[in-house]
Design a binder for this molecule. Structure first.
Ligand code: FE2
Length: 265
């Protein structure tokens, strides 16, 4: 392999699996759409080096939903890392999502890039917030690994995305996050989920990227809750040893009738 070969990372987010694999989320069978995404990931050539899951991996937070996630990911044989979203139940997911292929590590380096995964969930709430101890941990990790280009992951976007109903549940203390990141210029990318749509914004030399869900999609710039007809997808990231990067959102061809009457999510 050439020394200039990029590290190939797949970001998968907002899987919303249920303990019952046949259960629907607003009409969509989330297990089925996730399987279609994984089949597409499996066809990537060269194969990805690692997968980062950015939260809402379960819809019901039940242990069986995390066991289902694990059983679907394991056959790929690709190292998987994860962080929780607002729908996740950490006490259930932690013991299940830690094994030979799936790691619960939140700080790791691969071929010259470092990865720091944050927990922005506030139990019982939809919005996100980073605890002071998480911000201190982030600052400490970035200081210790100052020589490596770095990708930071969290579930909640640190920006408003122009949808009233979603903008009430973004990260509530983004300025605290920015004040840490601004001290560490090696941070190149911040990736997140939660908004079930593609998003990109640059701030102070850092690219902030939101990624489509593997199930339902939210309509961009809608003031009220609204589903989008876009297909489920994932994000591909190529990370080069010199700190440069390339990214693209990949969509599947999965189509399923949605329940557009139900408002609950
Ligand atoms: Fe979600």
């Amino acid at each position: 392999m050439s020394v200039l070969s990029p590290l190939r990372v797949v970001q998968i987010t907002d899987v919303h699996l249920f303990a019952d694999s046949d259960q629907l989320l607003l009409g969509l069978p989330t297990t089925e759409s996730f399987e279609v995404v994984l089949r597409q990931v499996a066809t990537l050539d060269p194969a990805p080096d690692l997968i980062v899951l950015t939260g809402d991996l379960s819809q019901d937070g039940k242990p069986e939903s995390y066991k289902l996630l694990r059983s679907l990911l394991k056959p790929l044989g690709i190292p998987v890392y994860w962080l929780p979203g607002n729908h996740d139940y950490l006490p259930a997911m932690e013991p299940i999502l830690d094994g030979s292929v799936i790691s619960s590590q939140k700080s790791f380096c691969v071929r010259g890039w470092c990865f720091l995964l944050l927990n922005s969930q506030v139990p019982g709430h939809v919005h996100g917030c980073l605890k002071q101890e998480s911000l201190k941990w982030l600052d400490h990790q970035l200081t210790a690994m100052r020589d490596y280009p770095t990708l930071v992951g969290l579930h909640h976007p640190p920006f408003l995305v122009g949808s009233n109903w979603l903008d009430g549940s973004t990260l509530q203390n983004s300025s605290d996050l920015f004040s840490v990141l601004d001290r560490h210029p090696q941070v190149r990318l911040v990736v997140f989920g939660h908004i079930h749509q593609e998003y990109s914004h640059q701030r102070q030399g850092v690219q902030y990227l939101g990624t489509p869900s593997t199930c339902i999609q939210f309509e961009p710039h809608s003031s009220d809750f609204a589903l989008d007809q876009e297909r489920p997808g994932f994000r591909l990231l190529h990370l080069y040893p010199d700190g440069t990067w390339w990214t693209a959102v990949e969509r599947t061809n999965y189509v399923h009738e949605l329940d557009l009457v139900t408002r609950g999510y």
